[in-house]
Design a protein. Sequence first.
Length: 159
Amino acid sequence: MPIEFTSVNTNLTLPLFKAILMMKVTCSYIFVYGTLLINGNNYAAYLQKHCKLIGEGKIKGRLYDIGEYPGAVIDINANQYIYGNIYLMDDAESILGFIDEYEGLGPDEPQPHEYLRSMVGIETDNGSIRCWMYIYNWPLNDFVEVPGGKYLAYTAGKI
């Protein structure tokens, strides 16, 4: 039976092996669904420079508008998906360290972290692929759910 943890977001319970944070990198794929998809974002530009776009993917869950960025909550029982892109990283350890800083996972950041970097299964047209993903870890309060689970489409409609 796998060891489990519960995050600050009481709706999220995952086996510990999915909640690997700041450990040896064993996966070279990353799934991004929010501001890392936006043209003009320096961190998104960094990803595009150091990664190869594999294609689109999705995972069951809910996406929330946290303010200036989204927060994803995985829910395997959801009837909806979070949509994003899958990238193959050329140097996963360095890239994840750089993106961890952007996502507030640095060693000097207050605990609990707003996001957890977890390895999850992302659905594609060709099957499932294991990817790193940043999952929202704070209480959801009264945040608005992003309809359709597509952050870029949502933000385009807000302007």
